[in-house]
Ligand binder design. Structure first.
Ligand code: NI
Length: 184
């Protein structure tokens, strides 16, 4: 997988026009579970297209204004995150973390819904997730490291939780520009 450029607008603190940003009540609405999998195929497709367009690592349905329990994840290396381990495309409906490690790790996160900002966030090092595939099949998988971080971040969006809610202090809060200059 080739390196890609992070979204310039996100770096400069501007949201993409179709992304719901922090402060918008739509980001805080309770999500409904996916029950009718036939009609959710289009949403999955739309979310994958948007994720790839923005060169993000993950996207949750509330971020594009859909209050349903869907996340898509595909970690690629970008100019902002040139060293992170990549992942295949992962599509989840109704994801729930059913086990987590005691061990946690700190790492840098950003979010299209909090444009232009990054911070250090503590996450479980390993998680086990129960979810349904876009076909409606039950599944369980374990994830670790950076991928586990991204999945925790996206599942949080389904509970109206943003990465800044997980920052132990605001000391590391930085613009993306300053992250690239001083903290990478
Ligand atoms: Ni996010």
């Amino acid at each position: 997988m080739t390196d890609v450029k992070s979204d310039d607008k996100w770096i400069s603190g501007q949201a993409h026009q179709d992304i719901v940003t922090i402060g918008d009540p739509a980001l805080k609405r309770p999500v409904q579970p996916i029950i009718d999998f036939g009609s959710s195929a289009e949403l999955f497709e739309h979310m994958v297209a948007r994720l790839r367009q923005l060169n993000g690592a993950g996207l949750a349905a509330p971020q594009i204004g859909h209050s349903v329990a869907v996340i898509v994840v595909e970690v690629r290396r970008t100019d902002v995150f040139p060293d992170r381990p990549t992942s295949p495309l992962i599509l989840m409906a109704n994801p729930k973390i059913i086990e987590q490690s005691e061990e946690t790790e700190q790492g840098w996160e950003g979010c299209f819904s909090v444009p232009g900002m990054m911070g250090l966030v503590s996450r479980y090092s390993r998680i086990r997730v129960r979810f349904q595939t876009p076909d409606g099949n039950d599944n369980e998988e374990s994830y670790s490291g950076y991928l586990a971080r991204v999945i925790q971040h996206e599942i949080d969006h389904l509970a109206a939780v943003e990465f800044i809610d997980h920052m132990e202090t605001m000391e590391s809060l930085t613009t993306v520009h300053n992250y690239l200059q001083f903290h990478r």
